[in-house]
Ligand binder design. Sequence first.
Ligand code: SAM
Ligand code: F3S
Length: 469
Amino acid sequence: MTAGIYIETFGCQMNEADSRYLADRAEAAGYTIVDEPRAANVLVLNTCTVRDNAERRAYGRMQHFRALKVADPTVKLVVCGCLAEQDRDRMQTIAPHVDAVFGTSELARLGDALAAWRDGFDDAEYAQERALVAALGGRADGVQDAFSHLRSFVTVQRGCSYYCTFCIVPHVRGRFDHRPMADVLAEVRAAIGAGAREITLVGQTVNAYKEPSSGADFADLLEEVATLDGLERLTFVTSHPKDYTEKLARTMGSLEKLNPRFHLPVQSGSDPVLRRMNRKYTVGQYLEKVATFREYCPDWALTTDLITGFPGETEDDFELTLDLCRRVGFAQAFMFVYSPRRGTPAARWEQVPAGVGAERLRRLIAVVDGGMRPLHERKIGTTVRCLVQGPSRKDPAKIAAKTLDNVTVVAPMDGLPADRFAGSPWIDVVVERGFVWGCEGRISSWSPRFADAGEPLPAERSYDLVSLF
Ligand code: SAM
Ligand code: F3S
């Protein structure tokens, strides 16, 4: 008898990494990972609370899953992650059908609970009811498919000690807790052994990393990871400007296996706003960090996070943010309207009038998008090596992939079944068109390993013939 587990993930790469951990624990305990909630005996919602809409979506999914529990009362619904931590006490009142709530520090305990529940499921009894609710659906946020093993997120640090006045993370994930370097290296080795082609080191502020016993810093960690046998590509998120040192910039520029992209959230282009956000740097200091970065890492893509409508943000403050974006030329930006989070200082301050943040966000997006299209058009006529992600959501006849500098590229699969690309996941794409969202082109070759020379795709005809017999 098999037991199925469905894991749905909201939020940041920390949650992605935690979901991978849960998936591994569940598989070790004998579960099958399923990508349809109705096929599951255990439903896990790994939640986020960084903004209000993430919170609302999570509660919406809890309600959605209620019907599955009504159809089959043996199904267990588990909620973990940041919202579970924040709403631990009131979740049972808001969503009484939730069977268990595990906070951010209880991941291992949830893994134990999954193992303990494993033998309690009897599939046959409720299979029919489950079929009746086939209309309910939705895909897991990429916990497991033919391509997910190609990228691995390895946590180097939990929590954050910086207490930006808008941010819930230190409140729900606690202060910095850096993992021993040996553990990080062991996890990266295991991911490489399991077929990962790209390793992302994740943490809320990875560049504040301090090895608990030796005191080694993040640059030292990068150097160690970069020398591991079999490693193809390496990258990391997120960095804080305050901790960006010349040593780290130099190390980044010297490591060949590091992807040429760097995420350095700035949040605002106004000093008074940055001060109230408790960001610990000025615009001038941020620009100095950018200059150091560009000196050691020319031609890399620089990306950022921005917030509009923070309490007290004036039109002049906002104009400074627009100016900063034009000046720096970010390759991409994650842009958000400020969302008051319970328990954070800024939530208690006077808020900007309703609608102002959203209106500014639209103008900000226009400026950032306006800069992105030319960057993508510059790739036209070049051949870019990319790591596949899976069939394009918009056109399943095309494969979607990411360049080393994290630009989305789509190209026709030339009649090959999508899963074939999981075995030869590096594709060379001749870029033909550039858009705001990325590039389109045609595949000129593919290869199983990053270091391999590309080979032409097999002729599509042979696949038509195979399917005929
Ligand atoms: N550690 C990162 C840094 O150095 O800034 C940020 C991590 S935070 C979880 C991810 C992004 O979400 C932030 O950079 C910020 O832009 C955004 N964010 C966090 N709290 C927010 C809030 N209350 N409202 C809107 N955006 C928020
Ligand atoms: Fe949040 Fe600021 Fe830390 S954005 S995760 S408190 S650096």
